[in-house]
Write a protein that binds this ligand. Structure first.
Ligand code: MSP
Length: 682
């Protein structure tokens, strides 16, 4: 049996008939998250992935490319290996089924089963699907089509070698019943049990005549045959342990595997073929085979012919590896099917990453720099005892919540628990308003607590997020001034809420996650006929179509300006009147400030991220003399929503905030009642 402190995790080995896509990335990322987590917890992890290089599909792909199959595999293998590097996949080994050692181990196992008379030769006639490389029985085939891929099948009759799989049916049923964790999720376990308890398990054809398939491992007892792709591929999980780990022999240490991660389409081959093969070889069965769901793309099946195959490399170019990793595991409960769309990904990156963890770090560090000279202070007196105890409770429980989640493979739920803590911290900063506490020296002890709590929560967040987003977590820890090596087992203190963080010198760096600029909706898109905007400038009123939105707030001009002029002084010219139609061209909307930061090297400008409900905007506003950025977060303001986007100090501004005041801002326009962001203002 594998030792308690080891953790062996595998992905399927991927066919090299094409370049990697989102489906391959999904399983490999999930496996990586588990591997990183258990390493962090001090377990001795072996994480295996690799390539399935034999079989008809590879032979056909090579023939199509006009090269020999090995050259084809050698050409495609680096595409997978490079992608895994870019996605920060921390696999300990990479197996290729064309490795000589693997081939020889497969042959040893075949010989062993042949000697035990568990492999025999027989005639076989059946319906063969070339695409799936498998035979179907008469009752499986519907209208001459493969029940799986719906391609035409052909009737083939040939001599083949068979593995006596059928004789293990009862033993397998018992094993599944006695080990509730063996096939997961439960719905999949029930499917397999349902099939095993209602149908007779037949023997498994494990060979192909060389005349039909030459690209495979030769049977040691018959040179005219190669082994069937699944017998070769499944053996990788044990063969790899015999020659790939650095410190040999690792086989006994890591087998049986803790988790085989597979897609739902290859569950039967793992739960039934592989399990019975292991029984025949007298090897223990893996602890868990977990079948995850499939991704569709914008609601459609992903396929080359539809041209909608999601290329993970493009996603990394556009969003970065961490954001892609995060989205795949946050969007869908692991085990269920999910839909991939860039709209959903943009929204999730902006709301959870840029505005969530990214913003929490940035505002905390800004405050530590501004109010504590850049050094995380010790805890002082309670500032908001109720929220403080909520944070302490959530933070104390988080490590065990996460451990349970990683044991159950509920990635999404783990992320939700982490984001609950982020939400609590945001609420805490909003409500305790450290920028106000800082104004009164009597409140210094409370201010220290707010900064200390926020920093401590961030330390825990760095460790908790690390398996999901290794790069960002590293940056987070660095910016907090903590020397955490998250690639090594972390000490208890990192997880322990009560262990001190004070005195660390923070080093605010670039934002963890850049915001994705979502395209403005057609409704709000300003075309050539941009409305004229009226801007008051001192006592003068100018009518203008600004090329850039004004950083100074635009107060809607009022005729009172003339009336309020001191008697005796010449009244400034009254602003020209506008028609209702002209006014209606200006689209005013409520917007909720999600985050705010100062524009470097500018006293006046703040960069705001605001939500209009179903859309997010970035606005650069000249209100920095009046407002601290932190004080604006959570406020609902009014903006000109259809102003042509423009750049201010190189930063795109997609609208303008309304405020009272002339050259000096006196106050922001807000709405008396609570209204949803994006509500029209008339
Ligand atoms: N070579 C076999 C596995 C042998 S394991 C001993 C194989 N390879 S594969 O390249 O075709 O598929 C690998 C994995 O990708 C499978 O787990 C499959 O479920 C997964 N996916 C393929 N398309 C997918 C989606 N659209 N979404 C999610 N995963 C998908 O099968």
């Amino acid at each position: 049996m594998s030792e308690q402190n080891t953790f062996y995790i595998t992905t399927p080995i991927y066919y090299v008939n094409d370049v990697p896509h989102i489906g391959h990335a999904y399983t490999t990322i999930a496996a990586d998250v588990l591997a990183r987590y258990w390493r962090l917890r001090g377990r001795d992890v072996f994480f295996l992935t690799g390539l399935d290089e034999h079989g008809q599909k590879v032979q056909q792909a090579a023939a199509k490319a006009g090269i020999d199959p090995q050259a084809h595999c050698d050409k495609l293998a680096p595409q997978f290996q490079d992608l895994w590097k870019r996605l920060n996949i921390s696999n300990n080994a990479f197996i290729r089924t064309t490795d000589v050692q693997h081939k020889s181990i497969v042959q040893q196992y075949l010989q062993e089963l042949f000697d035990k008379q568990l492999i025999y030769k027989a005639d076989y006639t059946g319906w063969y699907c070339t695409f799936d490389e498998r035979f179907w029985t008469e009752k499986d085939v519907v209208d001459g089509l493969c029940p799986d891929c719906k391609r035409p099948v052909e009737q083939l009759s040939e001599h083949n070698y068979f593995f006596k799989m059928g004789q293990y049916q009862e033993r397998l049923i018992d094993h599944i019943k006695q080990h509730p964790q063996f096939i997961r999720p439960d719905s999949r376990r029930n499917e397999v049990l349902g099939f095993l308890t209602t149908q007779k398990l037949s023997d498994l054809s494990i060979s192909r005549p060389k005349s039909r398939l030459s690209w495979g491992i030769e049977l040691p007892f018959d040179k005219n045959y190669v082994t069937y792709v699944w017998f070769d591929a499944l053996v990788n999980y044990v063969s790899a342990l015999k020659y790939l780990p650095q410190e040999a022999p690792a086989g006994n240490r890591f087998w049986p595997a803790n988790v085989h991660l597979v897609g739902k389409d290859i569950l039967t081959t793992h739960a039934v073929y592989w399990s019975t093969m292991l029984m025949a070889l007298n090897l223990p069965l893996p602890e868990t085979i977990f079948a995850h769901g499939w991704w569709t793309v914008d609601g459609e099946k992903m396929s080359k012919s539809r041209g909608n195959v999601v290329d993970p490399n493009k996603m990394i170019d556009e969003y970065g590896a961490d954001a892609f990793r995060y989205f795949l595991l946050r969007e869908v409960p692991f085990g269920q099917d999910g839909d991939f769309s860039k709209v959903a990904m943009d929204a999730s990156i902006n709301s959870d990453l840029a505005n969530g963890i990214g913003n929490l770090l940035s505002r905390t560090l800004t405050m530590i720099e501004r109010f504590a000279g850049g050094k995380i202070p010790t805890e002082g007196l309670p500032a908001l005892p109720e929220l403080e105890s909520k944070i302490a409770q959530a933070a104390t429980q988080l490590p065990s919540v996460i451990e349970r989640g990683f044991t159950a493979l509920t990635f999404r739920e783990n992320l939700q628990a982490i984001w609950e803590l982020i939400g609590l911290c945001d609420e805490y900063i909003d409500k305790s308003a450290p920028w106000k506490l800082a104004k009164n020296p009597d409140n210094a002890p409370q201010l220290r607590t707010v900064l200390n709590y926020s920093a401590r929560a961030l330390r825990l967040l760095a460790a908790s997020l690390y398996p999901f987003m290794p790069q960002a977590s590293k940056q987070l820890a660095q910016q907090l001034g903590l020397s955490l090596d998250l690639t090594k087992p972390v000490s208890r203190e990192t997880y322990d809420w009560d262990s001190p963080v004070a005195e660390a010198i923070v080093k605010k760096g670039p934002g963890l996650f850049p915001r994705v600029l979502q395209p403005t909706t057609s409704e709000t898109h300003v075309r050539g006929d941009a409305p004229k905007l009226l801007v008051t400038e001192g006592a003068k009123t100018v009518s203008d179509t600004p090329a850039t939105p004004q950083p100074v707030p635009a107060a809607v001009p009022t005729p009172q300006a003339a009336a309020s002029a001191t008697p005796g002084t010449p009244a400034p010219a009254a602003p020209p009147q506008i028609t209702i139609d002209e006014f209606m061209k200006i689209q005013l909307k409520t917007a909720k400030v999600i985050s705010a930061e100062r524009v470097p090297k500018s006293e006046k400008l703040l960069k705001l991220q605001v939500s209009l409900g179903n859309e997010q905007r970035q606005i650069v506003a000249g209100i920095g003399k009046k407002y601290e950025p932190e004080a604006l977060v959570g406020k609902t303001i009014v903006i000109v929503a259809n102003l042509k986007p423009a750049k201010l100090m190189g930063i795109e501004s997609q609208g303008m905030v309304l405020a009272a005041g002339d050259s000096e801002v006196r106050g922001l326009a807000t709405i008396l009642e609570e209204v949803d962001p994006g509500t029209k203002v008339k």
